[in-house]
Design a protein. Sequence first.
Length: 273
Amino acid sequence: MNRLIYIVIVFLTLTNCEDVIEVEVPNSDPRLVVDASFEFYLNEDPVAFGGYLRLTMSAPFFGDNIPTVNDATVYITNLEDNSVVNFEASGDEGFYVPLAGSIVIPQFDISYELTVIYNNETFKAITQLYPTTLIENIEQGDGTLFEEDETEIIVTITDDGDRDNFYLFDFDFDLLEVSEDRFYQGETFTFSYFYEDMIPGQDVTIKVLGIDERYFNYAGLLIEQSEQEGGNPFQTNPALLRGNIINITNPDNYALGYFNLSEADRLNFTIQE
């Protein structure tokens, strides 16, 4: 499904931050790529858990296949009490899953460290669980843009004015946008998103994830690249981006990718006539 890039209110705004996101020109040396993004639906009972952890190697610029890594040691450590959640390879294209019964719901204001040991080198990243807001309402509008067959979805959230917030919106079908609350801090924010090629009765799930400023910039660059190339923003892209993964064994052999923990909210919606 093709996507149409437009938001009625200025929505996608990239800002400078203290952490520099480095753009790496592809070369012949393969690097470990760590895609570790988890979402927790704390307002659901019981608390739901989503996301994934995948290990691959960077592919050549014109390569058709993405090499996967299935023999790494992977775990996440709670740096407050040193408790550990171990992961194992699922056998499916480099994906890793928590050992049965070991998943723990993270808490706010606590640091969590991802460790990946691969090829006798240790890669680490530290993050926290970032809060989100609730999706208050979704409705279908009758607005269009350049064509007559777009479907307008109107989404309403209310931002928490006590902090600077950054959000990742997931409109299903690998359609993502990032937003910061600079222009609507502490206010109710309503915006339109336009789908192409939707049919009546089509079900969509719209999510909002809380993220930090650095991940906001990282995801925004990936989305920008995917708009140029097509496909899932979090697949390997022609211009490879360094995230928050650090090789503590050999810093020169740095990894690509990101480790992220998000509180999330979601609502289902059915496209109408």
